[in-house]
Ligand binder design. Structure first.
Ligand SMILES: Nc1nc2c(ncn2[C@@H]2O[C@H](COP(=O)(O)OP(=O)(O)OP(=O)(O)O)[C@@H](O)[C@H]2O)c(=O)[nH]1
Ligand SMILES: [Mg+2]
Length: 534
């Protein structure tokens, strides 16, 4: 394995050095040598082998169906449900700030475009003595790229624009001047953002409307779950069967094409043997270019997880390469090359930016259980508290610093969850993304409710059942213990819960957030749940 890998690497280096264009004072002899070397370069296999993207284990790996793999096909062809490449929250129109407090935005679909490469140009040296001198048309500049970076300084996606377009490279100029590079774009997002490749929401909406016309009973979720799309993925190595990256394709010319003519047209040139044979040689250069595009133009299938501050910006879309000016096509045979190459196109893609807060603990509970009151009491965060349901509309995160010699931890307060939240009842389950990565889940139950144990069962069910909940550290907090605390019924309710907890190996605690009772013990238990105390 190692051997084939290093061989591949060696051949890549060889290929790229043999396609290297002579720099900006190419003499006919230099060009001849370059073209000669190009003839010996093997045609690209159109299969990319380089790994460019990082892998993240914490991301959801949704099920996919592998349809075919190399060598039967050039790529790993897969099918997956479209729900994985869009956002229900976005489709439901939540992004229109209907249900948000302030400008907290945790999901955004953004269109990104890298710049086209500038064209090479046709130009000839002129002075008083010579009407037409040697060719001196410069190369086009490379198009700008789109980069992303996670920075701890920001905490919402609200400032993200809807479109980011990097600058195109400038065309080359006379006197062997290369065009300027297009300016890059750097998108800065909060730490904890996940970037995913996504479908155009307009297309998805149309698809849903079409489906609902033929089957009026179908819900948005059902349609997203049932419809599939086919896509091409590149494996990490040849004959790899596990797709990791979606292959992106540029809408640009085929190898051997992309010539720009001046004076005499294409038909004239194609009728000349010298042009046809030159074009064949240059095709190898195009193939190498195409090959390097294939290896850079990919995006992780399961998303790019920016869970730590990014040191070096990560390239989302690379700009197109600039085209070659006519100075490169001067040979002993061709004295007046009246043609140059066009720049390669940039890439356009939609990305879904999703902020998944990274808190050690998540507070979950029915509306009005007292989650926000607890976070208010124990941390620096000041989420809104109200005696009505759904007071909290946006997640907030508080840091708890128990003492100098004790490690601090973070807690996320999210909107209340109700029965059938998984079917979008109440605030739905969209906010779970903020506690998805938490080490522990703290269930907040109001012991003053009629049947707290039943409430707990509802929560567990909505969160995905015992199996999912059991994967986390769990702490059950019975809040509002100040109400009816002397009533034997209240004690009975608490006992039911402790029994259930013991059976599952979970810890539980009665508190009164309002009256500040038992909060010290709660903090210890929470630290333990967050994995910060043993
Ligand atoms: N008696 C009593 N009332 C409490 C206690 N804790 C919270 N409350 C009250 O319960 C109500 C709801 O509190 P919140 O903290 O807003 O509840 P929440 O779980 O964040 O509610 P949502 O944001 O709607 O999900 C408020 O009126 C609080 O004052 C407690 O320990 N005892
Ligand atoms: Mg609340």
């Amino acid at each position: 394995m190692l051997k084939t890998r290093s061989l591949t690497y060696a051949s890549r280096i060889l290929r790229s050095s043999s396609t290297l264009v002579p720099d900006n004072s190419p003499r006919a002899a230099d060009n001849e040598q370059w073209l000669e070397r190009l003839s010996s370069v093997k045609k690209s296999s159109s299969k990319s082998k380089q790994a460019i993207t990082q892998e993240s284990s914490s991301l959801n790996k949704f099920p996919i169906e592998v349809v075919s793999t190399p060598p039967e096909s050039s790529y790993i062809d897969i099918k997956a449900t479209i729900g994985n490449f869009t956002s229900t929250k976005y489709l439901q129109g939540f992004n229109k700030q209907k249900h948000t407090q302030g400008n907290f935005v945790d999901i955004r679909i953004v269109k990104c475009r890298s710049g086209d490469g500038g064209d090479g140009i046709v130009s000839f040296f002129r002075d008083a003595n010579r009407a037409v001198g040697p060719p001196n048309g410069g190369d086009g500049g490379d198009g700008g790229s789109v980069y992303v970076r996670a920075s701890p300084g920001i905490n919402s996606l609200a400032k993200l624009r809807t479109t980011y377009i990097a600058e195109n490279g400038s065309n080359g100029a006379a006197d062997q001047l290369d065009g300027a590079r297009g300016k890059d774009i750097l998108i800065t997002v909060p730490v904890g953002t996940v970037v995913r490749w996504c479908l155009d929401p307009k297309d998805v909406r149309e698809h849903i409307l079409r489906k609902q016309k033929s089957d009026p009973g179908a819900s948005l979720r059902d349609i997203l779950r049932q419809s599939k799309i086919s896509m091409q993925c590149s494996g990490r190595y040849e004959y790899d069967t596990k797709p990791r990256d979606i292959q992106l394709f540029r809408n640009s010319y085929e190898p051997g094409k992309g010539w720009l003519f001046k004076g005499k047209d294409e038909a004239y040139h194609q009728s000349k043997d010298w042009f046809v044979s030159l074009s064949k040689q240059v095709e190898a250069y195009d193939h190498a270019l195409y090959d390097s595009e294939l290896s850079s133009d990919k995006f992780p299938l399961y998303g790019l997880d920016l869970s730590v501050p990014t040191e070096n910006p990560i390239c989302l879309l690379k700009g197109g390469k600039g085209g070659l000016g006519n100075m490169h096509f001067l040979t002993n045979m061709i004295r007046n090359p009246r043609f140059a190459k066009a720049g390669r196109s940039g890439l356009e893609c939609l990305f879904l930016f999703e902020l998944k807060s990274i808190a050690d603990l998540g507070l979950v509970g029915l509306p009005n259980a007292g989650k926000s009151t607890i976070l208010n009491k124990i941390s620096n965060a000041k989420p809104k508290i109200g005696h009505w349901e759904f007071t909290t509309l946006n997640p907030s995160i508080g840091t708890i610093s128990p003492g100098i010699d004790k490690p601090s931890f973070t807690v996320a307060d999210i909107p209340g969850i109700i029965k059938n939240a998984a079917q979008d009842k109440g605030m739905g389950l969209e906010f779970l993304r903020h506690i998805e990565r938490s080490k522990g889940w703290v269930f907040v139950i109001s012991i003053a409710n009629e049947n707290p144990l039943q409430d707990l069962h509802v929560l567990i069910q909505e969160l995905g059942g015992m199996e999912k909940v059991g994967a986390k550290n769990v702490l059950i907090v019975c809040n509002k213990a100040d109400i009816n605390h002397e009533n034997p019924q209240a004690i009975d309710k608490f006992l039911q819960i402790t029994q259930f907890c013991e059976a599952n190996g979970w810890d539980s605690i009665p508190i009164s957030a309002l009256k500040n009772e038992n909060i010290d013990v709660l903090l210890d238990k929470m630290a333990k749940c967050a994995g910060k105390l043993v």
